[in-house]
Design a protein around this ligand. Structure first.
Ligand code: ADP
Ligand code: MG
Length: 409
């Protein structure tokens, strides 16, 4: 039998597996149903692409966004993998279906809503399948931060092919969401693999707002190299870009409301730059591979710990020191509570739990990293030496001492 490592070298051009890739791939090859929780950039795609190439037949990949599928398609084709997408915007669907039925595809990317059609089920029944890969699997859970009802259609489809292995993948799932994903997708609870979430080169800092623009300008002056400033609204990104240009660094705004040509240019300029600061909404970052981002600042509270981890995780991908500094105010929590009051009642408990977790991260006098890692199911040492609280422990208020002074006065 071929060694997975040979395929890793010859097809993908990588010398070694990273983190838990080898372990996940071994489980897929032995047909064991698995949920892999691995951080963004850890290399989840390889975990299904490699078995897909190695085994006869096709791996059906479920993915929530057409843009994401097309990115993956380009990357797969670039290394010579036979892949296709089957979405509403593809005009070669007939050809794709033929290739699929003829066994001429290693990977077929589809959106979850296809799963419910009897037509699609028949199509799968006529082909030879080697794996179901469910990417962004947190979308199946109402506890997750990005529930997509269409993901619930997958289970009946998966169950009509009980012998085809299943691999669910996500970067962002707390313990509750993980358990839910396992149940929703019919994966046994011992099928969970969690990878290393620690990013030791990122220094985490969190401060109350006190003139946020000035605070971010100070951060920029202290931190050479490219940086991202996340702002809560489109207008805020433009105001910040304008104000922060006074630091002397080139700045740009980025949000979904900008003309697409401007947006593309700002993004391309940022990726090419060695000192640019981009002020962006959360529309910025998906699929951007810039290894030398030296800081990520948040001008307001992110949506959840998962979002915070993902957004700060865009700093320091090259492994060199980087800073993640969040500025928050009480009004951010008020806004978040208001937003929660507006979501469907079934989802409010999950949203409230997520906000409480974020509150604990923001307000702790202890190690930020420890809170982050525990949130992702890891067991960290009590101090990390590379967050604001570990580097400068906040003055502990000794209540006993205070009380004694008060009583003896
Ligand atoms: P994820 O989906 O977990 O965010 P991707 O699958 O998009 O991550 O992979 C992130 C990057 O890592 C890609 O550029 C990919 O080619 C690269 N990569 C994946 N596995 C390896 C490996 N074993 N060695 C080197 N690079 C890898
Ligand atoms: Mg991915």
């Amino acid at each position: 039998m071929t060694d997975p490592r040979d395929i890793l070298n010859s097809v993908f051009g990588f010398s070694d597996f990273r983190g838990v890739q080898r372990q996940v791939i071994a489980r897929v090859l032995e047909g064991t149903r698995t949920l892999a929780v691995m951080p963004t950039g850890a290399g989840k795609s390889l975990c299904y692409q490699l078995p897909a190439v190695m085994r006869e037949g096709t791996c059906v990949v479920v993915s929530p966004l057409i843009a994401l599928m097309h990115d993956q398609l380009r990357a797969a084709e670039a290394v010579g993998i036979r892949a296709a997408t089957l979405t509403s915007v593809d005009d070669n669907r007939a050809e794709t279906r033929e290739r699929f039925a003829a066994g001429d595809l290693d990977l077929l990317y589809v959106a979850p809503e296809r799963a419910s059609s009897g037509y699609f089920r028949d199509l799968l029944a006529r082909a030879k399948l080697n794996l179901f890969a469910i990417d962004e699997a947190h979308c199946v859970s109402e506890w997750g931060h990005d529930f997509r009802p269409d993901y619930r259609l997958l289970r009946p489809l998966l169950d009509s092919f009980p012998d085809v292995p299943r691999l669910a993948l996500t970067a962002t799932a707390d313990a509750h969401t993980r358990a839910d994903i396992l149940d929703q997708l019919g994966i046994p609870h011992d099928g969970l693999i969690v990878a290393g979430f620690d990013r030791p080169n990122i220094r985490y800092a969190i401060s109350p707002k006190a003139g946020t623009t000035q605070q971010i300008a100070d951060l920029i002056r202290e931190t050479p190299g490219p940086g991202i400033v996340y702002a809560p609204t489109r207008a805020a990104t433009e105001k910040l870009a304008e104000a922060l240009s006074r630091t002397g660094r080139p700045t740009r705004a980025y949000h979904a409301g900008l003309d697409s040509a401007v947006r593309r240019r700002n993004q391309a300029d940022f990726v090419a730059s060695e000192d640019m600061v981009i002020c962006a909404t959360i529309a910025f970052g998906m699929g951007i591979d810039k290894p030398d981002v030296r800081f990520v600042a948040h001008a307001a509270l992110p949506k959840s710990i998962e979002a915070y981890y993902q957004e700060t995780g865009r700093a320091g991908r090259d492994g060199d020191p980087a800073v993640a500094h969040l500025f928050w105010g009480a009004e951010d929590f008020a806004k978040a509570r208001q937003r929660i009051a507006e979501v469907e009642p079934e989802r409010q408990a999950g949203e409230r739990a997520r906000l409480t977790a974020l509150g604990a991260l923001v307000e702790t006098a202890g190690c930020r990293r420890a809170i982050l890692l525990r949130h992702f199911g890891e067991n960290p040492p009590p101090t990390c030496g590379n967050c604001d609280n570990c580097l400068n422990p906040p003055a502990a208020i000794d209540a006993t001492e205070t009380a004694r002074k008060f009583l003896s006065a």
